[in-house]
Write a protein that binds this ligand. Structure first.
Ligand code: ADE
Ligand code: ZN
Length: 346
């Protein structure tokens, strides 16, 4: 832990914005803003069932995860060309860099696209080119995590993996997302074992709406290195202990939890319980175009609602580097940059 001078509550939002941080839980299709959806629909000759950007935004009122996913998969339907994937990711990287995000590990959902006849090469080459340019133009490092859709079968996940293997050098990890309840991690035991043997990093959404049991099986059956969301772990003391002792990170997304009605308001979020239990928590935006905020919005609104202080800010930013899949040396350099921000902030 670095030592830093006390920071007044008035100055805390500026510190939250200025501190370097990594984002480890962002679905790139969830960064597609309505303006870009309409621009892509126009250039691809597609009709949308909404008159304009404002009426699309008005539809963003969700009662649970599934009601969001229905609109999110429909929005992703405008993505057709490699340039579309590039433009979507580039727009997100520009926005993330403005929040002092220095490293991103981003999810993509290839099955949403291959099911519409879009080639795996189109998806991965477009996203990868945006990652390369993000480093050259913004100094931001970025890596791709391919997610399997858990409402589909394990056989379909195997087919997706086969299609992606020619691009293995462009993917650092494998994840699991989409409708959680009724689709437990163990449904994907064999394909995750194959991914592990291939040398991929492994993560999975668990304990967003689903029970703590899904977090246990993500760890013990899938052997994931991080849990995405994981907030339902607060209901299982033994699990909290396991996460804390194993330094297994939870990539928590407060504005997502709010918009998908996991909590009635941000003040009810259980982030403090997770931090008090010593769990390695990180803050993330999940699907920022749909949930009303990018990473700094998540930090500023959550800190205000929960009265968190500068020490929590430091811990969360440091956790984002610790939990990343960066090489040890790079991770250490970024932690030193974080220390310097706190030591020189006034
Ligand atoms: N896909 C995009 N956002 C998601 C979320 N919050 N949970 C599960 N799958 C998702
Ligand atoms: Zn997610």
């Amino acid at each position: 832990m670095t030592r830093f001078r006390p920071i007044s509550p008035q100055r805390l939002p500026e510190l939250l914005r200025r501190m370097p941080k990594a984002e480890l839980h962002i679905h790139i299709e969830g960064s597609l803003e309505p303006e870009l959806i309409f621009a892509m629909a126009r250039r691809n000759g597609l009709n949308l069932p909404y008159a304009d950007v404002d009426s699309l935004r008005r539809a963003y009122a969700f009662g649970n995860l599934q009601s969001f996913l229905d609109i999110y998969y429909a929005g992703a339907g405008v993505l057709q060309t490699e340039q579309d994937f590039y433009d979507m990711a580039k727009a997100y990287f520009v926005r993330a860099a403005a929040d002092n995000v220095v490293h991103v590990e981003l999810f993509f959902d290839p099955q949403t696209h291959t099911a519409r006849g879009v080639g795996m090469a189109t998806v991965i080459n477009g996203l990868h080119r945006a990652c390369v340019d993000a480093f050259v133009e913004l100094g931001l490092t970025a890596a791709l995590i391919m997610c399997f859709l858990r409402h589909l079968s394990e056989q379909e996940a195997f087919e997706t993996l086969e299609q992606a293997l020619p691009f293995q050098d462009k993917i650092i990890g494998i994840g699991l997302d989409s409708g959680e309840v009724g689709n437990p991690p163990e449904k994907f035991a064999k394909v995750f074992a194959r991914c592990k043997a291939l040398g991929f990093h492994l993560v999975a959404h668990a304990g967003e709406e689903g029970p703590p049991a899904y977090i246990w099986t993500a760890l013990d059956v899938l052997h994931v290195e991080r849990i995405d969301h994981g907030v339902q772990a607060v209901h299982d003391a033994a699990l909290l202990q396991r996460l804390a002792q194993g330094r297994i990170a939870l990539t928590v997304c407060p504005l997502s939890n709010l918009k998908l009605c996991v909590y009635p308001d941000l003040a009810s979020h259980r982030l403090p319980t997770l931090l008090d239990a010593g769990v390695v928590v990180t803050l993330n935006s999940d699907d920022p175009a749909y949930f009303g905020g990018y990473l700094n919005d998540n930090f500023v609104q959550t800190f205000s609602a929960l009265n968190l202080d500068a020490e929590a800010a430091y811990v969360l930013a440091r956790n984002s580097f610790e939990a990343s899949f960066l090489e040890t040396g790079t991770r250490r350099d970024l932690m030193a940059r974080l220390d310097q921000t706190f030591e020189t902030f006034d």
